[in-house]
Design a protein around this ligand. Structure first.
Ligand SMILES: C[S@@+](CC[C@H](N)C(=O)[O-])C[C@H]1O[C@@H](n2cnc3c(N)ncnc32)[C@H](O)[C@@H]1O
Ligand SMILES: [Zn+2]
Length: 189
């Protein structure tokens, strides 16, 4: 096989791979639109019953060492630019998924304090499932599960009645409320 034919074949193979990845990152049940919460968000294109597998959260499979390296790099970038987006999901003890790839539509799902979706790990894959019935046109949201540390850096604009004001894992809401109450209490002279 000539060098040129080999190159063309390789290009075609890569194109097929990209198309497959792109298709895997899409879902008929949702689409990307501008969001009132932040930047772009993902919206239901039809009524979605509770317990539906809505879209796959795809990304690059990375080991913990690489994951830590990327987390630090993202943290450093966030300090510099204020852009605190985190896309790394834990799969198991050895592996994580970095969803920061353009074909991962689900990376654009915003955080909500009253989420209608949840991310479930299935083997080495992650899927976004609906937690309740979602009406066509509703924005999808899940709990980012951010740690309470540096909560001030992540104000929440989800707009739900249950909003606690910051993007913090629901598991740490009690602690967050305590800290917010303390911050409000005037110090006596
Ligand atoms: C993974 S991105 C989600 C997509 C994002 N809206 C965009 O257009 O790129 C995560 C970032 O979106 C923003 N974000 C997501 N949910 C938010 C919320 N409830 N309130 C405020 N900002 C939010 C934060 O800046 C967060 O770091
Ligand atoms: Zn909120």
């Amino acid at each position: 096989m000539g060098k040129k034919t080999k190159k063309l074949k390789e290009e075609a193979r890569l194109r097929r791979k990209m198309t497959k990845l792109w298709e895997r990152g899409q879902s008929d049940l949702c689409e990307v639109r501008g969001s009132s919460i932040h930047g772009r968000g993902v919206y239901a294109t039809e009524d979605i019953p509770a317990g539906t597998k809505v879209i796959e959260y795809i990304g690059e499979l990375i080991d913990k060492e690489e994951s830590e390296r990327r987390a630090w790099a993202q943290h450093a970038k966030a300090e510099e630019t204020g852009d605190a987006a985190v896309y790394i999901f834990t799969l198991d003890k050895r592996w994580d998924i970095d969803g920061n790839v353009p074909w991962n539509t689900a990376r654009l799902i915003n955080h909500s304090c009253d989420p209608n979706c949840e991310a479930w790990v299935e083997g080495k894959r992650i899927f976004i499932h609906s937690l309740r019935d979602i009406a066509k046109g509703e924005e999808l949201g899940f709990d980012y599960g951010f740690d309470i540390d540096c909560y001030e850096d992540h104000p929440c604009r989800c707009g739900s009645e249950k909003c606690v004001g910051f993007i913090v894992s629901q598991e740490q809401w009690d602690e967050l409320r305590k800290r917010l109450a303390e911050a409000e209490t005037p110090v006596e002279a």
